[in-house]
Design a protein around this ligand. Structure first.
Ligand code: F6R
Length: 617
C-alpha cells in the first residue's frame, strides 16, 4: 500500500525518482508526487492525481532537476482523505522546509491534529500523514539543525504504522527514514543512495540492499564513509549487513507481452519448474526443503498445522490443507489472517503455523504471524519476496521462486504456492507414513505439471474467444468440488479483481443450498470438472444448472460425450491426479478473466481500488 522512494546522488533526481516510483506503482496508483530540494535550497513539490505518467508530464513541462541531488517521492493508495491533489504526498510543514512521504496509518492523528492547530499549524490536506510533518516541524523548532532528532521525537508521539522518508532544506544533504510496520529498504549505489518501500524500485540502479527493521531510524547521505547510519529510537547505533539481490532487471519488464499479468500467466511453466528445481529427490521419493529449520524429529512431532493468509494466498492455503491432510494425515486448520488474530486461536505444543504471502508484507498476515509467535507456535513462512518481513520473521520457510510478480492480480505466485505446499505435504508425509513408491509417484506427477500448464497456454486463443463471447455479462458463478473448490474461488476472484464483474466461487454441491436461485439464461456458470473421483457428482451439478437454462463453461478433461449436450463452451485441460489438478485448472481461469477484462478495455495490471501489497490492516 503506497510506495515511497528517496534518492541522493548526482543522477537526474526527478527522472530517477519517477522511474523508481513507476516500479512501485503496483503498491498504489491513486495519485503520486515528489519533493526535490533545488539549487536555491527550496523545496519543489509536484503532485497529481492518477497515474505517475500524469506527474511525469507535469514535471517535464515546467521543472528540470539536472542540478539537484536529493528528493523523495510517493505513489498513493488512499486511506485517509479522498483522491485529490492536496491529499497526495509528499506533505510539507508550514514553512515549506520539510517534506515527508509516508506509507502506513497514523492512528492517533485526530488528537495530534487538534493540538497542532492550537499551536498555529495550518493543514492543507485531510490526511493522517500531514500531522507527522507538522509534528516534526514543531520539534525541529526547538532543536534546529537536527532532523534526525526531530523525526525520532515526533515518532515517539505517534501511534500506528509507518515507513517514511523526510527531507529538510536546512540539511539538504540527507534523507531521514524510519520504519514501523511498513516496509523500508536502503539501496547502496556508486556515489548514490536510495531508500524505497521494496527492492523492485531500485533494481536497475543497484543490487546492494539493506533491510530496515521496525523501530529503526536511518540517515542516508551520499558521502562515501557516511552513506547509511541506522539507529534505534534511543539513538543507539544498530549495525546492518548488506544483502545482494539476485533478480535481474528483465524480470521486472513486460518483455514481448502487452501486460505484466499476461507475462506472468505465461511464465508459469518456468516458474513452477523453478519452484521444483533442486527440491525433488525422485530416488528417495522425497523432497529437500533446506529453509524449514526444523529437525526431522520436530517435523514428525507436528500434531496440528494452522495455515493463515489473505486473498489468493488464502485460496492456495485451502488446497494446502487438503494436500497435507491427505498426504501427511495431520489435521490442518485454515483461517483468514485478518480473522485469526482477533479470535482466540488455540495453539499448543507441537502445532505449526504456516503463513503464506506472495509479498511477505501483508499487514494482516504479518500480524497473524506475530500473534502465533507470541502463543509459542513455530512459523513456516511461504513467501515470494526474498528478505521480506514475513520471510525474516518466520522460523523457517519455503521461497516460492516465482520471480517478481508485478501484475496486481496474483497468478504465478498462486501456482507456486500450491506447488510449495505440495512439496511440504510430501516432505512431512515421507518423514511419517508415506511409502517410497507413493512419494515417487506423486513427485513424478508433480514434475510433469509445467508441461501440462504449457499445454493449457497453447489454447489461449480459444479461451480468448470464449471470453469475448461473455465479456458483456455482469454475473458469473464458478463451481468446483474437492481440490477444485479453491480453484473456483480463485477463478471468481480473478474475474472480480480485474474485470469488475460480480463473480461467486462455490463448492458445486453447495449450489443447491442457495445459489441455484440465481441461475437463469443470463447466468454463465464455470464448472471445474476434471475426471476424478467426484466427476460423476459434478456432472449431476452440471445437469442441474442446465435444467435451469444456465450457460455452462466447462474446464475439464472428462468425457465430452458425457456432458456435451449440457455445455455451451469447453476448455480442455490435460489430465493429472486430483490433488494437483487445481495447479493446472486455475490457468484457463486466469486467462478467461484476463481476456474478459481486456475485452472491456480495462487496465489489468492496475485494477481500480487495489494495490499489490496491502500493508494496512
Ligand atoms: C489477488 C491478490 C490478493 C493477494 C492478497 C495477499 O489477486 O493479489 O488477494 O493475494 O492481498 O497478498 P500476499 O500474498 O502478498 O500476502
Amino acid at each position: 500500500m503506497c510506495g515511497i522512494v528517496g534518492y541522493i546522488g548526482k543522477g537526474n533526481v526527478a527522472e530517477i525518482l519517477l522511474d523508481s516510483l513507476q516500479r512501485l506503482e503496483y503498491r498504489g496508483y491513486d495519485s503520486a508526487g515528489l519533493a526535490i530540494i533545488n539549487q536555491k535550497n527550496e523545496l519543489v513539490v509536484k503532485k497529481d492525481v492518477g497515474r505517475i505518467s500524469n506527474l511525469r508530464n507535469e514535471i517535464f513541462q515546467d521543472f528540470q532537476s539536472h542540478s539537484c541531488t536529493i528528493g523523495i517521492a510517493h505513489t498513493r493508495w488512499a486511506t485517509h482523505g479522498g483522491v485529490t491533489k492536496a491529499n497526495s504526498h509528499p506533505h510539507c510543514d508550514c514553512k515549506n522546509k520539510i517534506a515527508l512521504a509516508h506509507n502506513g496509518i497514523i492512528e492517533n492523528y485526530r488528537v495530534l491534529k487538534e493540538l497542532l492547530i492550537e499551536k498555529g499549524h495550518v493543514f492543507q490536506s485531510e490526511t493522517d500523514t500531514e500531522v507527522l510533518v507538522h509534528l516534526i516541524e514543531e520539534v525541529y523548532k526547538e532543536k534546529k539543525g537536527n532532523l534526525q532528532f526531530a523525526v525520532v521525537e515526533a515518532l515517539k508521539l505517534v501511534e500506528g504504522t509507518y515507513g517514511i522518508a523526510v527531507v529538510c532544506t536546512d540539511e539538504p544533504y540527507k534523507i531521514v527514514g524510519a520504519r514501523n510496520g511498513s516496509p523500508l529498504i536502503v539501496g547502496i549505489g556508486e556515489g548514490e543512495m536510495f531508500l524505497a518501500s521494496d527492492v523492485n524500485a531500485i533494481m536497475p540502479y543497484t543490487k546492494n540492499v539493506v533491510y530496515i527493521e521496525d523501530r529503526e531510524i536511518i540517515v542516508i547521505q551520499a558521502e562515501k564513509d557516511d552513506q547509511l547510519k541506522t539507529y534505534d529510537l534511543n539513538y543507539e547505533r544498530v549495525s546492518k549487513s548488506v544483502s545482494v539481490i539476485d533478480w535481474d532487471v528483465d524480470a521486472i519488464s513486460k518483455g514481448k507481452y502487452e501486460t505484466f499479468m499476461l507475462k506472468e500467466i505465461f511464465e508459469q511453466p518456468d516458474s513452477v519448474s523453478t519452484a521444483l528445481r533442486g527440491r525433488v529427490v525422485l530416488s528417495e521419493g522425497s523432497v529437500k526443503l533446506g529453509g524449514l529449520n526444523m529437525t526431522e524429529v520436530q517435523v514428525r512431532q507436528i500434531n496440528k498445522i494452522i495455515i493463515t493468509a489473505c486473498g489468493t494466498s488464502w485460496h492456495a492455503g485451502i488446497i494446502g490443507k487438503y494436500l497435507i491432510e491427505r498426504f501427511a494425515e495431520i489435521p490442518v486448520e485454515i483461517d483468514y489472517a485478518s480473522e485469526f488474530r482477533y479470535r482466540n486461536p488455540i495453539i499448543q505444543e507441537g502445532n505449526v503455523v504456516v503463513v503464506i504471502s506472495q509479498s511477505g508484507e501483508t499487514a494482516d498476515t504479518l500480524e497473524a504471524l506475530r500473534e502465533a509467535k507470541r502463543k509459542g507456535a513455530k512459523i513456516i513462512g511461504i513467501t515470494n519476496v526474498i528478505g521480506s518481513t514475513i520471510a525474516r520473521e518466520s522460523d523457517g520457510g519455503i521461497y516460492l521462486h516465482a520471480g517478481p510478480e508485478i501484475g496486481v492480480a496474483s497468478t504465478k505466485a498462486f501456482t507456486n504456492q500450491v506447488v510449495s505446499l505440495a512439496l511440504l505435504a510430501i516432505y512431512i508425509a515421507r518423514l511419517k507414513n508415506m511409502p517410497l513408491y507413493e512419494g515417487e509417484k506423486l513427485l513424478k506427477e508433480l514434475i510433469s505439471i509445467p508441461d501440462k500448464i504449457a499445454e493449457v497456454l497453447n489454447h489461449a486463443e480459444a479461451i480468448k474467444e470464449i471470453a469475448v463471447k461473455y465479456a458483456k455479462v455482469s454475473n458469473f458463478l464458478y463451481l468446483g468440488r474437492g481440490f477444485n473448490y479453491p480453484a473456483a474461488l480463485e477463478g471468481a476472484l480473478k474475474l472480480k479483481e480485474i474485470s469488475y464483474v460480480h463473480a461467486e466461487g462455490y463448492p458445486a454441491a453447495e449450489m443447491k443450498h442457495g445459489p441455484i436461485a440465481l441461475i437463469d439464461e443470463n447466468m454463465p456458470v464455470v464448472f471445474i470438472a476434471p475426471k476424478d473421483q467426484l466427476y460423476e457428482k459434478i456432472v449431476s451439478n452440471i445437469r442441474e444448472v442446465h435444467a435451469r437454462n444456465g450457460k455452462i463453461i466447462a474446464v475439464t478433461n472428462g468425457d465430452a460425450a458425457n456432458i456435451n449436450e449440457f455445455i455451451e463452451d469447453y476448455i480442455l485441460v490435460p489430465q493429472t491426479i486430483e490433488e494437483f489438478s487445481p495447479i493446472i485448472n486455475v490457468v484457463p481461469l486466469q486467462l478467461l478473466a484476463y481476456y474478459i477484462a481486456r475485452e472491456k478495455g480495462l487496465d489489468v495490471d492496475k485494477p481500480r481500488n487495489l494495490a499489490k501489497s496491502v500493508t494496512v490492516e
